[in-house]
Design a protein around this ligand. Structure first.
Ligand SMILES: [Fe+2]
Length: 293
């Protein structure tokens, strides 16, 4: 079935709205892939989607689903499938970020499913890291070209056991090694982690320089967990310039039940507005595209 699209915002991207009462599984695969590659994310709205159709649809376009080992948030498993997870378990705002950019192995793409929207607020926000890079001031462009980000983490025993889904420190050692994470094991069996990574990456589609990383939520929530790789401070002025620029070019998704969102995690940063509704249920899959990318 041919894909009907319309602009989601003035900034960028498309949404696919189901006006003809068709099944999402009948959409033209090649057209979805082409739209995804050119815009970086796609919203599918108005389809009769359940968790099962979400699973089948995402399985048809993706591979290498991840179970979030090493991820910093608590997420619930849905339908007994370790690759369908809730988004994190608190209600505060989350600043724009690329998913899992605090380790080497990132999911190249993300899928979100709205099982139940918040009665108000709780919008997911999206920002094109390619556009953000292009609009950065010259001094900031230079700064982020010259200096990498250094992330620091301290995890007590209970936390690393949850985060790495094991009680064996040798398994943690292996995972950290393969993710370029510098690991220090302390006497009380807590661990310290360090990860150095550029703030600017090359997007998979088109290989454009892209501002995508975990800087903004890290520095917003825990001031001392990120600095430059020469240990210099990422100042409030730098963070303000980034947040102001990002706010200008951010698109909001006001969720409707059954919405599916497809995101290029090498180009598009995501986050969300705060909310208070306990019923908000958004699910997440982390994976790679099952098509040339
Ligand atoms: Fe995220």
């Amino acid at each position: 079935m041919k894909v009907n699209t319309q602009l989601l915002s003035e900034n960028f991207s498309q949404q696919i709205i189901n006006r003809d009462n068709i099944n999402i599984l009948d959409l033209d695969r090649e057209e979805i892939i082409n739209q995804f590659k050119s815009y970086g994310f796609l919203l599918f709205r108005g389809f009769e989607n359940s968790v099962d159709t979400f699973t089948e649809f995402t399985n048809s376009l993706s591979k290498d689903f991840m179970d979030y080992t090493g991820g910093v948030f608590n997420r619930r498993i849905i339908n007994g499938n370790a690759t369908i997870l809730t988004v994190n378990d608190f209600k505060d705002e989350i600043k724009l970020h690329g998913e899992m950019y605090y380790q080497k192995d990132i999911p190249l793409m993300l899928w979100f499913f709205c099982a139940h929207p918040a009665s108000e607020d709780g919008e997911t926000i999206l920002c094109d890291g390619r556009q953000l890079f292009n609009e950065l001031s010259s001094p900031l462009k230079e700064l982020f070209r010259n200096k990498k980000l250094k992330f620091l983490g301290h995890l007590d025993k209970e936390r690393w056991q949850t985060q790495y889904k094991t009680d064996d420190l040798r398994v943690v050692e292996q995972t950290c090694k393969s993710n370029n994470l510098l690991l220090q094991i302390n006497e009380d069996e807590s661990i310290d982690l360090q990860f150095i990574s550029p703030a600017i990456h090359s997007s998979r589609c088109g290989k454009y320089p892209t501002f995508i990383n975990s800087l903004l939520p890290a520095i917003h929530r825990y001031k001392n967990v990120v600095c430059f790789d020469d240990d210099s401070e990422i100042t409030d002025d730098i963070v303000s310039e980034l947040n102001e620029l990002a706010d200008r070019i951010t698109t909001e998704i006001s969720w409707k039940k059954g919405d599916i969102l497809m995101v290029d995690n090498t180009r598009i940063m995501h986050g969300r507005r705060a909310f208070s509704d306990n019923q908000r249920e958004i699910y997440l899959r982390l994976c790679s595209p099952a098509f040339p990318f």
